[in-house]
Design a protein around this ligand. Sequence first.
Ligand code: HDE
Length: 695
Amino acid sequence: MSKKTAASRVAANESDTFGQGGERHQAAGGSHPDLTTNQGLAVAENQNSLRAQPRGPTLLEDFILREKITHFDHERIPERIVHARGTGVHGFFELTQSLAKYTRAAILGEVGVRTPVFTRFSTVAGGAGSVDTPRDVRGFAVKLYTKQGNWDLVGNNIPVFFIQDAIKFPDLVHAVKMEPDRGFPQAASAHDTFWDFISLTPESLHMIMWAMSDRAIPRSLRMMEGFGIHSFRLVNEAGDSTFVKFHWRPKLGLQSTLWDEAVKIAGADPDFHRRDMFEAIAAGSFPEWEFAVQLFTQEEADRFPFDHLDPTKLIPEEQVPLQVVGRMVLDRWPDNFFAETEQVAFCPSHIVPGIDFSNDPLLQGRLFSYLDTQLSRLGSPNFHQIPVNAPKCPFANQQRDGHMQMAQPKGRVNYEPSSLMDDSPRENPRAGFRSFATAESGERGRVRAETFADHYSQARQFFRSQTAPEQAHVASALVFELSKVATAHVREAMVGHLRRVDESLAKRVADGLGLQALPPAAETSVPAQDREPSPALQIIGKMKATLEGRCVGILVNDGSDAALIGALRKAALDAGAAVKIVAPKLGGAKLSDGALQPADGQLAGTPSVMFDAVAVVLSVAGAAALAKEGAAVDFVRDAFGHLKAIAIDAGGQALLQAAGVAPDTGVVAAHDTATFIAAAKTRQWAREPKVRTLA
Ligand code: HDE
């Protein structure tokens, strides 16, 4: 087989098939190409099917209609069984510090080389058409097209997982997805079957702490961390192995929404995260992550008070510090959602020489699952030929044929060993992938290691590492979720587990649920140990006081102060934010200087949940008019309730009064732009106890 890549052949075939490469059909008087059938036949009429007479039946002869409808009927492929809803973006990875000492992987050894990537972020539980902002884990899957083959780092935005063994995954997913008899709820863990499964699976408690934290309601895909979760191995030229955990850290800092905000965003803009990513890239504000590793030896691992092969455990950063060794920049939106984002096929088994797996039993199961699922989703073992999946380095072997084969290999030899063709591909003992040689001993069996038995210590460590507002959010999320569980014994069993995590948390949740008495603590042979708090597990501790990548909304009406709006806009833009004008009419408002200020969003469809901070600049008459508008009242009430900074002038103040909002230090005079920008860079956490009852 020639060394010419199948990818280039696919591209060549495509252009031939669709008539772009050969004879180009020119429409009369226009420069656009002719509309053709898939056989290249120019279509003269695309509005009416072939009829026996103008009001008669459609003829079976109409092959153009049949081709078009048949193709349409087959447009959908099965959505992903999990992670169905996703957003994919192209970009590049660049190494800033060499790990050549630890690995023979070129991508981790060559500083400054840019490797193309395709990254897909996803929710897990909902279908492809569900909303962007449910409480859920987010997938963070990166396909790195290295010169030694594709490396897929298929991670999540939470560094641990619910279960310790792959054999439990189908049960976990069945339990969280919509219940099979009723077909709901969609994209929500707040229902009986999920919590029933969790209450009987204590190993999930650590992950539950993360899933109930605000990590599971991110503000933006650009403001999430990513984790490879499992331990992997780095293997160097000498064959030495070092364990590694992979991390992505957002340049914009971590940021989440509040639960009430996330719920409202879901209605206001179901595509909030996808749109946010699209707009950032369109504006040239490319999202960026640091790439970091935690490296440790077997001897160090032996001293951890947990088993690093257990995917429900993490290695605190305070114990093994992160080394930042690279960065990823996402800078190009795909041309076509289906071709790229829908058809991209990630597999944790896609690795490169110098990287290898650990014995994590969850990872071991994943190594099977992803290839298998692609066969059913994409329908052919040739899915690697789809452009988004094809390696960008040459690839060749003796695999042949199959559904939708795009390659046209030449020659007689489709087997190995062979002696008939000099350029037939051969194995390469020097450059090829070699599995790390480990010695395994012990008895075969369906067993779980004793070292996997502690289910509560890291859950406790996570909870106790959080700031007070974050702890209150975890407790309140548990109350919300369990309030949706109709079965009393499931609710009680969960509180029993929480007693093992942290007695005060269990009391808060029991109180929030209105339980009359605290249920007994869950049975366990390994009670939680107290570990040092790890501030790196917080969100608030990792938030950056910044407006970079954020958005400020300015509510205006006829007569609003033009100079003030200009000053606020400039200050926000200077701080790195985007600015959007909201007005009762999309056509805009006539400002104090007589100029028409067009709006970016109409008030009823652009609530304040779309913004990180808001300004309300209104004339007296404008404020009086808006005081009667529910959407305007909600705009300020929600901005306040969601702990946002609010800049107001006298009109804004009047609207706040009408909304019953009593200003605090986060409500700032609009002309004092410096104070407003400083307040806008963070949430007003001190305000929270005044606006809602938390558990
Ligand atoms: Fe996945 N997972 N998973 N998963 N996963 C899939 O593959 C599976 C797990 C993750 O944007 C599926 O192509 C098993 C952990 C992401 O296309 C499927 C187990 C982590 C994505 C599958 C796990 C992940 C998937 C469904 C337990 C974080 C979306 C469609 C052993 C490290 C990738 C598909 C994308 C997708 C199986 C657990 C991350 C069925 C069996 C742990 C980010 O193959």
